[in-house]
Design a protein around this ligand. Structure first.
Ligand SMILES: [Fe+2]
Ligand SMILES: [Fe+2]
Length: 303
C-alpha cells in the first residue's frame, strides 16, 4: 500500500464540507448563456477554425450539457456499487460503514445536482440536445463486470474529476459562474471519494493472484471500450444539436473535422484524463506492475 488513506480521515474531511443543491442552482442563480461552460482543454472548440466565436460558444455549451449527463450516468452506477460494497460488512469497522454511506449519499446528491443543472440548461438553451443513455441501462451494463474492474473504473472517474478541476477549471475566469460553482462543489466532495475508492480497489484486489488482478484490469478496459462507443454516439448527437442550435449546416468536410476533433476531445475528457492520472497508475502498480503497464499500453489512443 502506497497511500495513508483511511476511512476515518475521509469521513472527517467529508463531514467538514456542507453544501446543498439549492445553494448552487435555482432562484436567482441562473446559467449565463453568454459565457462558456467548459474549459477549452476539454471542449476543444478552437481547432474548429471554420466556426465563428458564437458558434464555438454554442458547441462549448452543448459539451457542458453532455458533461452533466455523462456524470449523471456514471454516478448512477457508482451509487449502487458503493452501497453493495458497504453492505456485507455493516457490522465491521464503524468508520468504514459511515464513510462509504456518506460517499453514496454524496453521489445521490450529485445525481440530483446534475439533473437540476440539466433542467436549467433545457430552459435556457432553447434546443433539445440528445445524450447517450438511458442511465439505468448503462449502469446495468457496467455493473455486470468484475467488481475489481468496476472499482478501477470508479477510481478513474474520481481522479479524473480532480484533474478536470485543478488543471482546467479552477483558474479559468471565462466560465459561467454557476457552472464553475457546480464543478467546484462537485470536486470538493470527490476528493474524499478518490481516496475511499483507492481503499475499495485495494480491498477487492486483496487475496487475488496476479492473473485474477489482470482479469479485473481487462474488465476495466472493456468498460472503457463500452464508454468509448458511447462517446462516439455522443459526438453525433452533439453535431446534430450544434446544427440545430446554430442554424448552420456543416459541409461534409467540416462535419468530418468536427467529428475528428470532438471525438478526440471527448476521449481525452472522459478516458485519457483518468487513465493517465498518476494516482490511478500508482494504485494499479501497487496491485502489480503489469496492471500499470497494460493500461499505459492502451491509454495513448485516448490522449
Ligand atoms: Fe460525484
Ligand atoms: Fe464521486
Amino acid at each position: 500500500m502506497l497511500n495513508n488513506y483511511s476511512y476515518q480521515a475521509a469521513l472527517a474531511a467529508s463531514e467538514s464540507i456542507h453544501w446543498r443543491v439549492e445553494d448552487i442552482i435555482g432562484g436567482e442563480k441562473r446559467l449565463d448563456f453568454t459565457r462558456p461552460f467548459m474549459p477549452e482543454s476539454l471542449a476543444q472548440t478552437e481547432p474548429l477554425t471554420f466556426l465563428s466565436e458564437e458558434e464555438k460558444r454554442i458547441l462549448n455549451q452543448i459539451r457542458g450539457n453532455a458533461y452533466l449527463c455523462i456524470f449523471g450516468l456514471v454516478e448512477e452506477f457508482i451509487l449502487p456499487f458503493v452501497l453493495d460494497h458497504a453492505r456485507p460488512q455493516l457490522r465491521g469497522d464503524d468508520f468504514r460503514v459511515r464513510a462509504l454511506l456518506k460517499f453514496a449519499s454524496e453521489e445521490a446528491k450529485h445525481i440530483q445536482l446534475f439533473k437540476q443543472f440539466r433542467m436549467e440548461f433545457e430552459d435556457g438553451f432553447g434546443t433539445i440536445c440528445n445524450v447517450i443513455g438511458p442511465p439505468e441501462a448503462i449502469a446495468a451494463a457496467i455493473l455486470a463486470h468484475d467488481p475489481l474492474g468496476v472499482a478501477i473504473t470508479t477510481l478513474h472517474i474520481e481522479w479524473m474529476v480532480q484533474r478536470h478541476y485543478l488543471e482546467s477549471i479552477k483558474d479559468d475566469q471565462e466560465l459561467d459562474a454557476q457552472f464553475k460553482s457546480l464543478l467546484k462543489h462537485h470536486w470538493v466532495e470527490e476528493v474524499q471519494h478518490a481516496k475511499l475508492d483507492t481503499l475499495m480497489v485495494e480491498a477487492l484486489a486483496a487475496g487475488r493472484t496476479e492473473a485474477q488482478i489482470m482479469s479485473g484490469v481487462e474488465e476495466y478496459l472493456e468498460i472503457g471500450g463500452f464508454l468509448d462507443n458511447g462517446l462516439q454516439q455522443q459526438v453525433e448527437f452533439d453535431l446534430s444539436a450544434f446544427e440545430q442550435a446554430s442554424g448552420r449546416r456543416l459541409t461534409e468536410t467540416e462535419a468530418e473535422e468536427f467529428r475528428r476533433v470532438q471525438l478526440r476531445a471527448n476521449r481525452w475528457t472522459y478516458l485519457g484524463t483518468g487513465m493517465t492520472h498518476e494516482r490511478v497508475l500508482e494504485t494499479l502498480e501497487s496491485l502489480t506492475p503489469k496492471a500499470r503497464q497494460r493500461v499505459e499500453s492502451v491509454s495513448p489512443a485516448f490522449c
